[in-house]
Design a protein around this ligand. Structure first.
Ligand code: PMP
Length: 376
């Protein structure tokens, strides 16, 4: 069976070898006589799987010992509540600041408002002009030097890759330079996790749903500096209290065992590719190919400020929107799946995560060229 090219924003394409290994081990994991799905989460086999996944992730991301690694449930939206319940009151009055650069950080800001006093430190919700070019809402990031962070806040939240808008941070702010040295940085890295080196020591907490670059849906990775834990709000469910989860090595309650196992296989695949630096080089080549084509074409257009274009999620529009349906229909017939843009922005979006090979992006560009030739 030839697999189509899957450009879904998540859940999304997984490495074929990972799927093959999971299939081969489905009924009998390494002579245990059990599927991973059937194992006790406290039994020695699953403990080995879980601890190995954590060790591989620590190695891939250079996560130091003073950071806890937790495999949790609830996804990115769950973390939008779990983070404030754990951190917003850590310095006394519950206060948190937000950089709003798109759909996901907007949702994070809104959810955190249920738990304390929230403030927008910077926003790209309004159109602006950058370097002489007009930019629509959520297609740029305000210069870091203009961010207004409250020094008393418990944390500053940003979404380092806005999956819908296709806006990616290439660096994170130095909060001391912004006059807020005691504010911890919280990063939603869901859609570019493990796609490029991310320095966790620059932040207090980083979270990512696995279902894009790092495994199947069901598991959310949280990496948090240990000294921030143990100060949750009284309403925080004990199963979502990071202090409990970290103390029990992600086995305070029953974790999503099968998802953790498959995520662990993805980590091993990534190590075999040469690690995060190697995958970054591959991701850069794929993004360069697609953006290069988009920029050279008058038929398609990417609306994002080139300084913050995402290497993972590439939104684009056709100059003639009445051709959208024909574009998508033809793409599907050519084996190019899930290119429809998010309903809030329309147009198209190609998500080109770690497991999408260069050949898939080339197939997309070939199709786009052919479509332009026929309709341009
Ligand atoms: N944050 C980002 C950056 C996302 O892309 C998504 C999902 N696409 C979410 C949060 C929400 O994740 P979930 O659906 O797992 O709750």
């Amino acid at each position: 069976m030839a697999r189509p090219w899957n450009f879904s924003a998540g859940p999304s394409v997984l490495p074929e070898t990972v799927l093959q290994q999971a299939a081969a081990e489905m009924l009998d994991w390494q002579g245990s006589g059990m599927s991973v799905m059937e194992m006790s989460h406290r039994g020695r086999q699953f403990v080995q799987i879980c601890d190995e996944a954590e060790a591989d992730l620590r190695e891939l991301m250079n996560i130091p010992a003073d950071y806890a690694v937790m495999f949790m449930q609830g996804g990115g939206l769950g973390e939008n509540a779990i983070v404030p319940m754990n951190l917003i009151g850590r310095r006394g009055a519950p206060m948190a600041d937000f950089v709003v650069t798109g759909h996901w950080s907007t949702r994070s800001h809104k959810e955190a408002g249920r738990y304390g006093d929230v403030h927008i430190a910077a926003s790209s919700a309004l159109p602006t002009e950058i370097d002489g070019s007009a930019r629509n809402a959520f297609t740029y990031v305000q210069a870091v030097s203009s961010w207004q962070v409250r020094p008393e806040a418990s944390y500053l939240h940003l979404c380092s890759n806005e999956t819908i808008g296709g806006v990616e941070f290439t660096e994170w702010p130095d909060l001391a330079e912004l006059g807020a040295p005691d504010v911890s940085l919280v990063v939603d890295a869901s859609s570019h996790f493990l796609s490029r080196p991310l320095d966790v020591t620059r932040c207090g907490l980083l979270f990512a749903g696995a279902q894009k670059n790092a495994g199947p849906a069901g598991v959310t990775v949280v990496i948090a500096r240990r000294d921030l834990l143990g100060k949750s709000l009284p309403i925080c469910p004990s199963a979502f209290d990071y202090a409990n989860v970290a103390a029990e090595h992600s086995r305070y309650n029953t974790p999503p065992t099968f998802s953790i196992y498959v995520a662990g296989l993805v980590y091993k695949w990534l190590k075999a590719q040469g690690g995060v630096a190697a995958i970054e080089a591959a991701n850069k080549a794929k993004a360069d190919l697609l953006y290069g084509y988009l920029d050279a074409s008058g038929f398609y257009r990417n609306p994002v400020d080139p300084a913050v274009r995402s290497r993972m999620n590439v939104p684009f529009v056709l100059a003639d929107e009445s051709l959208n349906d024909a574009f998508l229909k033809g793409a599907e017939a050519a084996g190019l799946l899930a290119l429809k843009g998010h309903k809030s922005v329309g147009g198209m979006r190609a998500s080109i995560y770690n497991a999408m090979p260069l050949a898939g992006v080339q197939a997309l560009v070939d199709y786009m060229q052919e479509f332009e030739r026929r309709h341009g």
